[in-house]
Design a protein around this ligand. Structure first.
Ligand code: LLP
Length: 463
């Protein structure tokens, strides 16, 4: 594997094609701390280091592509959320963003709870020794087996997503001689300003029970009559990659409105509300995310104000950040393969992974940043598109990116902010093997999810 720079021919466009990019950055070697994990630096040779390890060593040792995760950064962010919300609130890390047994142990040690949304996530959490009482079980179509396993394990709450599920969970719990703590997920009718596929509080979609038309109130009525359920609160999740707090404000207002109606109708003050996850992170330098303490302050103030106005006791608040904790802590390390200049257009830079390790660009038109990391370069910027090795032209990792014009096969490049929804949404398309997750910190690296092998693939093929 050569890391030397072989000039790959002329590749400058006189006219730049349309795209999301603005001007090339002033310094292609600069690493914007907003998008990179916190311990990332360049050493004196220009090689990127993280957790005290160089990416060239990591590539030699673990191969590419690989997700490289900064453990200290993960723990810091988890702790910052925990501290920001204090002891009167709970932080449930959303395991769908990225889950492994090591992650479960870090969360446990940092005092966070966990949101799971499938039998597989539940099994991962339990096998890592998470206290079931600190687990919330989500999903719009939990199977009878999954519900049974969750109730038997003693999960702290099941978030009920439909009228059928209210009856189903109550029935299963009663059959097991238990009273299951539960929240009801409602849709509050907020349009979150995010991609349609990741917005979840408008009414015309599959999650939750609409507040509109009294449906949520009816769901509460039913849940309160069932012996197998202990209704502890109301849940709302408005979407993902959100920067604007106004959606949360409207959601909190409406959830508290429902709590008030419940108090007025049933004489019961539900003790909890969950405002979900969805806080945005910086994928590029133009994103400006908020800090956990600002978010905690804003949410707590909104709920307190609304409860005071409704003369309700302030319920215990919980939140479910996934992306905001793990997203910025990892980058994907790729080796550059083919570099193909297209005259008058741009240069296509092919890497040894692609849409199988990061589907977000193809699925949501997500924007990412990228940098040459195995060396620095003083070459001029060239407009590129970083693409994968899959048999599909939509296999794009970074749509519009400037990289140095001397980029060559064998160079390492890295895409930051890939900790969330990349490994967890990875596929085997084209029988490409899913990359490992390597955790680094204090000069040590260890694999927490190993690279898939051809034996893994063939083991499932029993025909
Ligand atoms: N709570 C619930 C009920 C959720 O459905 C989700 C995300 C979260 C919390 C965590 O949201 P976060 O803080 O991570 O944004 N695959 C998409 C995101 C799908 C999110 C699904 N639910 C993406 O890559 O952007």
């Amino acid at each position: 594997m050569s890391r030397s720079a072989h000039p790959a021919g002329p590749r400058h466009a006189d006219v730049l094609p349309e795209g999301h990019y603005s001007a090339p950055p002033a310094d292609l070697n600069a690493l914007d701390p907003k998008v990179w994990a916190r311990t990332v630096r360049r050493d004196e040779d220009g090689v990127l280091t993280v957790g005290g390890r160089t990416v060239t060593e990591l590539a030699e040792e673990y191969g590419t592509p690989a997700y490289i995760l900064d453990e200290a950064d993960f723990r810091d962010r988890a702790r910052a959320w925990r501290t920001a919300f204090g002891t009167d609130a709970d932080v449930f890390y959303a395991g769908k963003a990225f889950l492994s047994r090591a992650v479960v142990r870090w969360l446990d040690e940092e005092g966070l709870n966990l949101d799971v949304c499938s039998g597989g996530e539940l099994a991962t959490a339990l096998s890592a020794g998470m206290d079931p009482a600190r687990i919330a079980f989500h999903g719009n179509n939990k199977s009878v087996e999954e519900i049974t396993r969750a109730v038997e394990a003693g999960v702290g709450r099941i978030v009920l997503d439909s009228f059928q599920e209210i009856a189903r969970v109550a029935h299963i719990a009663q059959g097991l001689g238990k009273r299951q703590k539960a929240q009801i997920r409602i849709t509050v009718g907020v349009e979150a300003h995010t991609h349609e596929f990741i917005a979840t509080a408008h009414e015309d979609q599959k999650f939750g029970i609409p507040l509109a038309g009294g449906q949520a109130a009816e769901a509460v009525r039913r849940a309160l009559t069932l012996d197998g359920l202990e209704l502890i609160g109301i849940h709302s999740h408005i979407g993902s990659q959100i920067f604007d707090m106004s959606g949360f404000e409207v959601a909190a207002h409406r959830v508290v409105g429902l709590l008030k109606d419940i108090r007025d109708e049933h004489g019961v003050e539900l003790p909890e509300i969950d405002l979900g996850g969805g806080l945005g992170i910086a994928y590029t330098s133009s994103d400006d995310p908020r800090e956990p303490h600002e978010i905690a302050k804003a949410l707590t103030e909104i709920v307190t104000r609304e409860c005071e106005a409704a003369r309700l006791r302030v319920p215990r608040i919980s939140v479910e950040p996934g992306r905001a904790i793990v997203g910025p802590t990892a980058f994907t390390l790729y080796e550059v393969g083919t570099v193909k200049p297209l005259d008058g257009l741009r240069t296509y830079v092919s890497v040894d992974g692609g849409m199988s390790d990061n589907i977000r660009t193809a699925l949501y038109d997500a924007e990412y940043s990228v940098a040459l990391v195995s060396r620095s370069s003083d070459a001029e910027p060239m407009l590129t598109r970083v693409v994968g090795k899959h048999c599909e032209s939509g296999d794009i990792v970074v749509k519009d990116a400037f990289l140095p014009a001397d980029l060559a096969p064998g160079d390492l490049i890295a895409v930051p902010a890939t900790g969330a929804y990349c490994r967890s949404m990875a596929s085997n398309y084209n029988h490409v093997l899913r990359p490992p997750v390597v955790a680094v910190g204090d000069g040590e690296a260890r694999v927490i999810v190993r690279r898939e092998t051809e034996e893994d693939l063939l083991r499932l093929d029993v025909g």
